[in-house]
Design a protein around this ligand. Structure first.
Ligand code: HEC
Ligand code: HEC
Ligand code: HEC
Ligand code: HEC
Ligand code: HEC
Ligand code: HEC
Ligand code: HEC
Length: 499
């Protein structure tokens, strides 16, 4: 350990990034300018450090990995990540000279007084993308374009107001706070957290690291994990990129099961137990029983997450669902962190860029037309079944939607199961948001089942498959569907309960 007088001396030295680099030349493992080719410390990173830490000196990774510190066997109160140093030694970062202190800041003061607060950059602040952006600038710029960089604040605010429900029970914050998700991935389950811990993490998410997913949400900063990319490379991913065991996210699974699913994207992008079976459709009539996040259920055609009827074979295991890397194959071509699809790169070698673009256009038109035709039929039915009542064109809807529009919803016991199945499938397809890109055969199958159900209803003009208005452009048609998705989402947020 360094003696106190050296610390005092260093504290007196004016602190600048330039000086930092010079000072560190004597020590091991600090940010060495030039020789290791790594970019210098950024101003944004320095701004994360406490004033106390700013006076500290670099001590090098070996000192951090001292057996009495982060190189020793696990200690009480430490996580499974200890001994961190041993794991870190095996990473690409270690071979490139990305030491502990490049992410945690200079360590001499922390080394001198390990129990003291504020002498080293720790969680949650160290999980800021600013830390990684020091060296991964271009990639961080891509990430900034993504929705993951943003925050949907409502569920996080709810976590503060009502930690029992939005934290431990519905677990909204495991998918809506990148910080809570880190804790979950490290095995600290939100279900076992105290109200105070949940509130602290949510506060930090609103103020300090305000992202749905930050870099450390998806990457283990210290360790190889064995969860490889579609091309078999180790990128320290916290979860698998490919998983076709759909049992943990199927109907009737618990919130603990689907929010801890071992898939880098489907840990969040799953249907939250979406259930298209009659028992669930009969008991849950207030709002759709799936979330906006059902992309994985759609991709895989997860059994019974749509109302599947009795005309198998149901299309599952499509080429898209079995592609190595699954979501990351299409949404992260060349590791692009904007998560935007590129027809050039994502769809190879299966489609040429032109083929992919043409197919997407054709498929989306087809699915959108079919959804609008289905919607028209449901409207025709409700106008026929509830003649003369104001607002009856949306009486096929869930009760919350109808009441939110200021109308009195019909008794749900009298709404035929056929309509309940049809509206479930309608919402299942629009909420996935890809309009056939993920799994067009399953989307079409669910729409067919919905139509067959309406066919089976007794008499009436609603039975006709009224074609959607042909004078509307694709964008106008899409907007009608998106308005329904938006309306359903607003209702989800307005009401508590089964969401
Ligand atoms: C690439 C950046 C990076 C490097 C290199 C790095 N860390 Fe971390 N460290 C983080 C981040 C981000 C977190 C918070 C997320 C987490 O705990 O997984 C963290 C968390 C920690 C924690 C708290 C863990 C806990 O359970 O609360 C300790 C202790 C730690 N690091 C020590 C080290 C040591 C020692 C080294 C070097 C051997 C090191 N880190 C290298 C980024 C890094
Ligand atoms: C001081 C610079 C620096 C910082 C800070 C840094 N990295 Fe890196 N990182 C690198 C370098 C250099 C490489 C190796 C790149 C190469 O080989 O092309 C790398 C590689 C990686 C890889 C690929 C690993 C592999 O085995 O191929 C991942 C993933 C990664 N970094 C994530 C992160 C994350 C997440 C953070 C923040 C918690 C971070 N890095 C912070 C410099 C840095
Ligand atoms: C921690 C939870 C979480 C993880 C992990 C996650 N997402 Fe997301 N994702 C979200 C949320 C929440 C949104 C909505 C963002 C918004 O509306 O601002 C979203 C939005 C998206 C979007 C819509 C476009 C955009 O950028 O807003 C795409 C595409 C996407 N995610 C793909 C992926 C892929 C691919 C992965 C895996 C590599 C992934 N997501 C991992 C939660 C997550
Ligand atoms: C299994 C993970 C998961 C859970 C649990 C979860 N969400 Fe989400 N949520 C998502 C994802 C992913 C999206 C974005 C989907 C997309 O953009 O296609 C999303 C979207 C949203 C949106 C829409 C944002 C917008 O306007 O675009 C709201 C609001 C929301 N969630 C609130 C909640 C609330 C409240 C809870 C808890 C009752 C909750 N979520 C639980 C994953 C989850
Ligand atoms: C939603 C999850 C997610 C988030 C958030 C995320 N990454 Fe990644 N990252 C991945 C996946 C998945 C891959 C592997 C993609 C592939 O090549 O198939 C990857 C790959 C990488 C690589 C390797 C790039 C290469 O060319 O080999 C680096 C470096 C990296 N990420 C750093 C970061 C940094 C820095 C951030 C924050 C700015 C970040 N990641 C945020 C999921 C994520
Ligand atoms: C076969 C390629 C492919 C696969 C696999 C795939 N996607 Fe997509 N995804 C697309 C395309 C194409 C779109 C249409 C939007 C576009 O053109 O960018 C899309 C749309 C989306 C959207 C809506 C985007 C928005 O802007 O609202 C989300 C969210 C999404 N995908 C997430 C995922 C997730 C999560 C997975 C894995 C469960 C996944 N995707 C798997 C190709 C794919
Ligand atoms: C692993 C191979 C693979 C990848 C990668 C892949 N596809 Fe496909 N795709 C297929 C196969 C196989 C079919 C179905 C067979 C057929 O229709 O010829 C298909 C069908 C489609 C369809 C037609 C669906 C329908 O029935 O209307 C669309 C649209 C599509 N793909 C778009 C894309 C896009 C866009 C990408 C890239 C973002 C992509 N695919 C990536 C293999 C792939």
């Amino acid at each position: 350990m360094m003696s106190k007088w050296i610390l005092t001396l260093i504290a007196a030295v004016p602190f600048t990034a330039g000086l930092l680099v010079l000072q560190s030349c004597g020590g091991e493992g600090g940010p060495k300018s030039g020789s290791d080719g790594l970019p210098g410390v950024s101003a944004q990173f320095l701004a994360l450090l406490s004033d106390n830490q700013k006076g500290a000196q670099y001590i090098g990774a070996e000192a951090c990995g001292n057996a009495a510190c982060h190189g020793g066997a696990s200690k009480p109160g430490r996580t499974a990540d200890d001994p961190i140093y041993t794991h870190w030694k095996e990473t690409t970062h270690a071979t490139k000279g990305v030491t502990c202190e490049r992410c945690h800041g200079p360590g001499s003061r922390h080394q001198a007084d390990p129990e003291a607060e504020g002498l080293i950059l720790t969680f949650p602040k160290v999980a800021s993308p600013v830390v990684c952006a020091q060296c991964h600038g271009p990639l961080a710029n891509q990430f900034n374009l993504s929705g993951h960089n943003l925050l949907i604040s409502a569920p996080v605010e709810e976590g503060i107001q009502n930690p029992a429900q939005y934290g431990r029970s519905s677990r909204c914050i495991t998918c809506h706070s990148g910080l809570v998700r880190i804790e979950e991935s490290k095995g600290v389950d939100v279900g076992a957290m105290s109200d105070d811990t949940i509130r602290e993490l949510c506060e930090a998410t609103l103020t300090e690291v305000p992202h749905i997913a930050n870099c450390a949400t998806c990457h283990n900063p210290h360790s190889k994990t064995g969860n490889v990319t579609d091309t078999g490379e180790e990128k320290q991913l916290r979860k698998q990129t490919f998983n076709n065991d759909t049992a943990p996210i199927g109907p009737s699974t618990t919130a603990t099961s689907f929010t801890t699913y071992n898939h880098i994207c489907a840990q969040c992008h799953n249907g939250r137990g979406a259930d298209g079976r009659d028992a669930k459709l009969l008991s849950g009539t207030a709002r759709p029983n799936m979330h906006d996040s059902n992309q994985f259920n759609m991709l895989m055609g997860v059994e019974n997450s749509g109302a599947e009827g009795s005309s198998p074979p149901v299309p599952r295991n499509t080429a898209h669902s079995e592609a190595p890397g699954q979501c990351s194959k299409c949404h992260m071509p060349d590791s692009n962190h904007s998560f935007k699809v590129s027809y050039d790169k994502s769809c190879a070698p299966c489609h040429t860029a032109v083929d992919a673009a043409t197919r997407i256009a054709t498929t989306r038109n087809d699915i959108v037309d079919k959804l609008l035709a289905l919607r028209t039929r449901m409207s025709n039915w409700s106008e026929y079944a509830y003649p003369g009542q104001e607002g009856n064109d949306i009486f096929w809807e869930y009760t919350s939607t109808i009441t939110a529009e200021g109308y009195t919803a019909p008794a749900q016991g009298a709404v035929p199961i056929a309509i309940k199945r049809a509206r479930h499938n309608y919402y299942f397809v629009i909420r996935s948001g890809d309009y056939g890109a993920h799994n067009a055969p399953y989307a079409r199958y669910l729409i067919t089942v919905a139509n067959e159900n309406i066919d089976g209803l007794g008499g009436g003009p609603f039975k006709a498959t009224r074609a959607p208005a042909s004078n509307l452009s694709f964008e106008q048609k899409l907007q009608i569907l998106k308005n329904d998705a938006k309306r359903a989402r607003e209702i989800d947020m307005r009401e508590t309960g089964e969401h």
